[in-house]
Design a protein around this ligand. Structure first.
Ligand SMILES: Nc1ncnc2c1ncn2[C@@H]1O[C@H](COP(=O)(O)OP(=O)(O)O)[C@@H](O)[C@H]1O
Ligand SMILES: [Mg+2]
Length: 320
């Protein structure tokens, strides 16, 4: 069987931010500082040499502490910014849910915002007419459709954003820390929706605070730390185990993806579990054997007693 087609490829992607005073100072001051050598711009690489490939139906979890470069990478993947170095190849339309309220207009109504977002994602009015009822229904905001967006709670905003991003049938869906908001019921509903999207053949990227959710949903992991790629792997459990061990480790510990060590640990745990199961089986066997023995002994005693009783009766009879 041939593998599903590659939908997204990041090839040695590095992304730089220019950090400095160039934005705030204005042209005249800029010229002055350049001339006097007081102009300082610092390069800051938010992502360095990131490479991975996703196939149709993959669900990638990106893990890493704050400032790891996750959101920056997602911006480049969704096309909001260009990588400074390297290449990103996309196949299919990308629907990204980055920052919750971004791309919404506070003064427009919920309905107007849904259409606006749809238009920004490149969908036609006819498509949005068809899709809007599902969006408003899924986000449970029917009662608010004519209210200004700014009046919504942040949970409501995220519900709307998720409903739009997921119901427009994207081929690549990007979710940056958006599933942890909302109540339990909506979380379950959005997870189910995501599974449906994945089953439908979409490729999904998920950044979540919840490692449990990543373990549950993803089949590949990209681990970033301070912009560096620590791992890209389909050993989801191994990567999450290493990451959680890193989070528990004392400050200054280097992040390390050591699948062999993890595999050895897991093999040892499995062997131990098997040994315990065998021991339980042996004890059970022993118990059964003893019970059988006791039953045999009981039967023997009963037979003995019956015999004695018979003898007693005979003796009694002959004694008459
Ligand atoms: N617009 C920006 N200008 C300068 N630095 C930024 C900008 N956006 C993010 N950064 C920096 O880039 C690093 C990575 O940020 P980000 O991609 O948001 O990480 P994450 O999403 O993993 O927390 C952080 O150190 C952050 O401070
Ligand atoms: Mg982020």
């Amino acid at each position: 069987m041939s593998k599903p087609k590659v939908m997204l490829a990041c090839q040695d992607v590095s992304i730089r931010y220019m950090v400095g005073d160039f934005k705030a100072i204005g042209l005249k001051e800029w010229v002055m500082r350049r001339l006097t050598g007081n102009y300082k711009v610092v390069d800051f690489w938010a992502d360095r040499h990131v490479s991975f490939k996703l196939r149709q139906g993959d669900m990638l979890g990106i893990i890493g502490t704050n400032g790891a470069g996750k959101s920056t990478l997602l911006k480049a993947i969704s096309g909001i910014m260009e990588p400074t170095k390297g290449r990103i190849v996309r196949r299919g339309n990308v629907s990204a849910l980055l920052e919750l309220a971004s791309g919404f207009d506070g003064d427009l109504t919920v309905k107007e915002n849904a259409y606006l977002r749809g238009a920004m994602l490149g969908y036609t009015r006819a498509f949005m007419d068809e899709t809007y009822p599902y969006i408003i229904d899924f986000s449970e905001l029917k009662a608010f459709e004519d209210s200004p967006f700014k009046q919504l709670s942040s949970g409501m905003k995220s519900r709307l954003a998720f409903a739009i991003a997921s119901l427009v049938k994207p081929e690549i869906l990007i979710l940056d820390e958006v599933l942890s908001v909302g109540d339990g019921a909506f979380k379950a509903k959005s997870e189910a929706k995501m599974r449906e999207i994945i089953t439908g053949g979409a490729t999904t990227i998920l950044v979540s605070h919840s490692i449990a959710q990543v373990r549950k949903m993803c089949n590949k992991i990209l681990w970033l730390d301070k912009g560096r790629q620590i791992a890209f792997t389909d050993d989801v459990e191994g990567a999450c185990d290493c990451y959680e061990a890193f989070l528990r480790a004392p400050a200054g510990t280097e992040p390390k993806f050591d699948p062999d060590k993890i595999a050895a640990k897991r093999a040892a745990a499995k062997a131990e579990a098997e040994r315990q199961a065998a021991e339980r089986r042996r004890q059970e066997e022993e118990r059964r054997r003893k019970a059988a023995e006791a039953a045999t002994e009981l039967a023997r005693l009963r037979a003995e007693a019956a015999k004695l009783e018979k003898v007693r009766r005979i003796l009694k009879g002959s004694g008459k």
